[in-house]
Design a protein around this ligand. Structure first.
Ligand SMILES: Nc1nc2c(ncn2[C@@H]2O[C@H](COP(=O)(O)OP(=O)(O)OP(=O)(O)O)[C@@H](O)[C@H]2O)c(=O)[nH]1
Ligand SMILES: [Zn+2]
Length: 338
């Protein structure tokens, strides 16, 4: 592994996937995804790559590692991902939209004010755990309150993870976050509107303006495409902008929810009924633990709510897939014959 690749985030995980057949191919990391091609960073230059016809660029995510034939600007294959952040399935199509790949850290941003909401944090934690990304909670606007400590205590109760109260506008914020933003490390920011994501992104990247649109030239002229993109940080790391991460629907993230509530999921196997909803059924190990004062009743309530929402969304995804199998269609109207 060269240092130049490591600087892009290449690790043993990627190196282990290379075989003899890959000799002569060049690794590159996708920095943005266009409709017909992808932009990628090679160790010495940016590349624009085209995959085989029939492979939709929607199957690639910013942050993906790919192997390419440089001379032909051909994207030959994508390597397996260490982590993958996806947006909950859309009800209509059942498709999950890829947001970012190979993130090391998800900065979950909330503020030391009315935005702070434990249930919302647990939702983000479930998404992070499901995506195999290590979460860290950033509590912004600590400079505007005397009660930052109270928020820290509540956030720390959510698990064994970093919790930092910060001033996103402070001069020291880059230093405070440096240990997650060092050479080859990739981070993203999620959180509600107004909590300071743009402020933090600007501080980390050293830029001052809003994110530039990425434009793609084609025969019909220039048009704005996805703004998700990979930004180099002066500290050596990478930030992936995730403007597509608006909604916070959980769908098909059961494993992430279980990882977010380990004290509860550890007990569910001991319930009498395998499909126990922990809602007053006889022989429920979870309710027994609540009654014994071993686990928090509020956590159980939020766990049940999140699981129920996830199950419902997952069902509608499954229903959509089943419909597609029945009709043999992608959910789109059939193409007109010429
Ligand atoms: N005092 C103080 N102000 C902050 C802090 N973080 C953000 N702000 C201010 O809060 C406002 C919203 O910050 P943004 O960075 O635009 O928030 P955002 O999360 O990007 O919001 P969206 O773009 O709507 O998603 C701005 O006026 C910031 O200057 C902080 O830690 N301390
Ligand atoms: Zn139960």
């Amino acid at each position: 592994m060269t240092d130049a690749l490591a600087a892009l985030g290449w690790s043993a995980f990627e190196a282990d996937q290379l075989g003899d057949a890959d000799l002569g191919l060049t690794p590159a990391r996708i920095s943005s995804v266009n409709r017909r091609n992808v932009n990628a960073l090679g160790t010495d230059a940016p590349l624009r790559l085209v995959a085989d016809p029939g492979i939709s660029t929607a199957s690639f995510a910013v942050g993906d590692w790919v192997l390419c034939d440089r001379a032909a600007a051909h994207l030959v294959r994508r390597l397996d991902r260490r982590s993958l952040l996806q947006r909950g399935a859309e009800h209509r199509t059942g498709q999950r939209q890829l947001i970012a790949a190979n993130l090391d850290t998800l900065f979950i941003v909330t503020s030391c004010n009315a935005d702070f909401n434990v249930a919302r944090l647990e939702r983000y934690l479930a998404l992070a755990h499901d995506a195999d990304i290590a979460p860290a909670i950033l509590l912004t606007k600590a400079d505007q309150t005397e009660e930052a400590d109270g928020y820290i205590v509540q956030a720390r109760a959510l698990g064994d993870l970093p919790v930092l109260a910060i001033n996103a506008k402070g001069a020291d914020v880059t230093d405070t976050l440096a240990s997650w933003c060092g050479p080859g490390q990739t981070v993203a920011l999620v959180g509600s509107s107004g909590v300071g994501k743009t402020t933090l992104a600007n501080a980390l990247t050293g830029r001052t303006d809003a994110t530039q649109d990425i434009r793609e030239d084609d025969a019909r002229g220039r048009h704005t495409t996805t703004k998700r993109s990979l930004h180099a940080l002066p500290t050596g790391g990478w930030l992936i902008d995730t403007p597509g991460m608006r909604g916070l629907a959980v769908a098909d993230v059961t494993a992430g929810i279980d990882a977010t509530f380990p004290e509860i999921s550890a007990l569910t196997g001991a319930c009498r009924f395998r499909d126990c909803l922990h809602d007053g059924e006889p022989g429920c190990a979870v309710q027994a633990a609540v009654e014994a004062g071993l686990i928090d009743a509020d956590r159980v309530r939020r766990y049940r709510k999140l699981r129920a929402e996830d199950a419902q969304a997952t069902e509608s995804v499954a229903a959509s897939h089943a419909r597609k199998r029945r009709t043999g269609k992608s959910g789109k109207p059939p193409a007109r014959r010429r």
